[in-house]
Write a protein that binds this ligand. Structure first.
Ligand SMILES: Nc1ncnc2c1ncn2[C@@H]1O[C@H](COP(=O)(O)OP(=O)(O)OP(=O)(O)O)[C@@H](O)[C@H]1O
Ligand SMILES: [Mg+2]
Length: 260
């Protein structure tokens, strides 16, 4: 088993004349929380899209568990053990919280679509086990009491956690979270931080995009900083937060924004 679960090698992504990512290299160590920070438009979500197969790089490659992901579809990459959440929540809004998580686990089940009608005992048993596992995941994400609530009725912060539960249902080795704290009330940030720590304790590697710097500093083993599609710094939270170029490109501006 290699030490790095993910290697991004020389990745460039161009949209017309704009290089949203310019020769990005990134190594994500297994079992760590690795954060990607940077100003709006610096290429963070584009990087997630390239890693997860939602878009193909213009140049460079992505290696997951020593396998080149070139040409692979998002669904096959998920099946290999990579899951993500989206910057803008994507849930089945008319389904309950529990149903959203159960649907995500269908690839882990033996039952076929016709087993919705033809239901031998093993199908019923498998469904019960699936329900129990998904209920556990809702509990892990602090949504145990919300199982029967329609996704669209949940407050935004809970919808973001439901997305995490759904991503966990695919049993990932690498979980990518795109701004999980966005729209989360201040009082729920600590809970989210604890959730990420629990996910790490389960042995799942976490790649995290987040603007809430207190949370990034508290939870990350490694932080990479993007600016205009370039990686301008990388290191421990302490190293990165004292780097003059990072303060100039990102943190200084954030602090100014916070004052205005
Ligand atoms: N599909 C696309 N077509 C054209 N330009 C795009 C596309 N997706 C992203 N971009 C551009 O690429 C750049 C990087 O965008 P990206 O969404 O990756 O930034 P980000 O770091 O995630 O920003 P934020 O913090 O606001 O979420 C931006 O200039 C954006 O406008
Ligand atoms: Mg983004």
């Amino acid at each position: 088993m290699t030490q790095n679960v993910l290697e991004v090698i020389g990745v460039t992504k161009a949209f017309g004349g704009l290089k949203a990512l310019d020769d990005i290299n990134l190594s994500v160590k297994r079992g760590t929380v690795h954060s990607i920070v940077g100003p709006n438009g610096s290429g963070k979500t584009t990087l997630f899209n390239v890693i997860t197969g939602f878009s193909q790089p213009t140049a460079g490659k992505v290696i997951f568990k020593a396998i080149d992901l070139k040409g692979k579809k998002p669904s096959s990459i998920t099946a290999m053990g990579m899951a993500r959440t989206f910057q803008n929540v994507l849930l089945f809004r008319q389904m309950t919280a529990l149903e959203n998580v159960m649907v995500a686990r269908h690839t882990k089940l033996r039952a076929k679509p016709y087993n919705a009608v033809i239901r031998p005992k093993w199908v019923m048993e498998e469904e019960e086990l699936n329900r129990a596992r998904c209920t556990e995941l809702l509990e892990l994400c602090g949504l145990g009491a919300r199982a029967k609530e329609l996704a669209r009725n949940l407050p935004y912060g809970e919808q973001k956690r439901l997305e995490i539960a759904r991503a966990l249902a695919t049993e990932p080795e690498l979980l990518l979270l795109d701004e999980p704290a966005a729209g989360t009330p201040a009082g729920e940030i600590d809970g989210l931080l604890e959730l990420i720590q629990k996910i790490k304790a389960l042995g799942i590697t976490v790649l995290l995009i987040e603007h809430k710097m207190d949370m990034v500093m508290a939870v990350s083993d490694t932080v990479s900083v993007l600016s205009f599609g370039h990686k301008i710094a990388e290191g421990t939270p302490a190293e990165v937060s004292s780097n003059p170029e990072v303060i100039e490109a990102y943190l200084g501006r954030k602090w100014l924004d916070a004052e205005t």
